[in-house]
Ligand binder design. Structure first.
Ligand SMILES: Nc1ncnc2c1ncn2[C@@H]1O[C@H](COP(=O)(O)OP(=O)(O)OP(=O)(O)O)[C@@H](O)[C@H]1O
Length: 307
């Protein structure tokens, strides 16, 4: 087995909810739906990630579970302020790859990996990097919404700050801004002290996105964030992705080809052929991947012929 990068004793917090970073709005440009402006920059966070979206670069990433190779030689650049979709049939390693990006893979007993993941050029697996800090900069939204059900909506939004030890001088403004960005503010502004668990599934997922955004991540990973939601909630989350995608690097796993086309700028097609580990067959601009891919397997997949 190749060199395994495996640091970090396990004094880590539970994987979920993830640490969530945040983002700066582009200077002087109000965001599309929220009308937020540069005055939002005045919400000062102490101890959080450096501001802005970051580039994620995976180089020759391999992954094993219990000695079985499940991902082989995956290299991918995920550009800042763009949405990258990971697509491919079940079991080809999309979620494993996503979890490697913010060091959640190492929480799985028997999991190993090799290769490099660079966040704006810094190796996230450098032994000097703490996994918790990495997960603060690279947030994660899961398939199933996981708010703290007994905590209030407001407390849920602020929960990531507490876990990451980030201080904020104006928590009310941060709560409002995070909920605005997640597209939930109008629906909950009159009941911020109600429990998060009382929201609908789609609202809970947007609450989790708000919780992630509150810590101002540089990257937001989303693992099938709409798979448990109805079509209306799915559309609302897609709108949210379109809005935040201008401010933070987004990497999303989705089985829904229409969704990949709607939300992503760049697309990577993963495939694990029979008895083989998952690999990237092809990646590129989403329009090209869906309209004129170079590999016939990509065309078959995006046209729904298999998977
Ligand atoms: N915790 C684990 N222990 C052992 N094997 C695992 C574990 N998690 C995933 N695998 C295996 O790794 C391979 C890749 O799984 P992964 O979940 O990353 O694929 P995926 O493309 O995300 O699938 P899906 O689309 O169904 O979620 C599969 O063969 C899976 O069985």
């Amino acid at each position: 087995m190749p060199a395994v990068q495996k640091p970090e004793p396990s004094a880590e917090p539970p994987a979920e909810p993830s640490m969530e970073p945040s983002m700066e709005p582009p200077a002087d440009v109000p965001t599309r739906r929220t009308g937020l402006t540069t005055s939002d920059r005045e919400i000062v966070l102490t101890g959080g990630p450096p501001p802005g979206a970051a580039e994620l670069l995976a180089r020759d990433v391999c992954a094993w579970f219990g000695g079985r190779l499940v991902l082989d030689g995956v290299s991918l650049r995920m550009e800042p302020r763009r949405v990258t979709a990971l697509i491919g049939p079940s079991g080809c390693g999309k979620s494993t790859f996503l979890r490697i990006l913010n060091r959640m893979h190492e929480l799985v007993p028997g999991a190993e990996l090799a290769g490099e993941v660079l966040l704006d050029g810094e190796d996230v697996y450098d032994p000097r990097q703490r996994a918790q800090q990495v997960r603060m900069r690279i947030g994660m939204v899961f398939q199933k919404p996981n708010p703290f059900p007994a905590m209030s909506i407001k407390e849920n939004v602020l929960a990531g700050l507490k876990l990451a030890g980030i201080k904020c001088g104006d928590k009310n403004a941060l709560v409002e801004r995070s909920l605005l960005r997640a597209g939930l503010w109008k629906e909950v502004r009159d009941r911020l002290d109600s429990p998060g668990g009382a929201l609908s599934g789609g609202q809970q997922q947007r609450l989790c996105i708000a919780r992630s955004l509150a810590v101002r991540p540089n990257v937001l990973l989303m693992d099938e964030p709409c798979s448990a939601l109805d079509p209306t909630s799915t559309r609302r989350i897609e709108e949210t992705i379109a809005e935040i995608g201008h401010e933070v690097t987004v990497v999303i796993v989705t089985h829904n080809m229409q969704q990949a086309q709607r939300v992503s700028d760049h697309c990577a097609f993963f495939l694990a052929e029979e008895n083989q580990p998952g690999r990237i067959v092809e990646h590129g601009e989403t329009d090209r991947m869906f309209n004129s891919p170079t590999d016939p397997r990509t065309l078959d997949y995006v046209r729904g012929h298999f998977g």
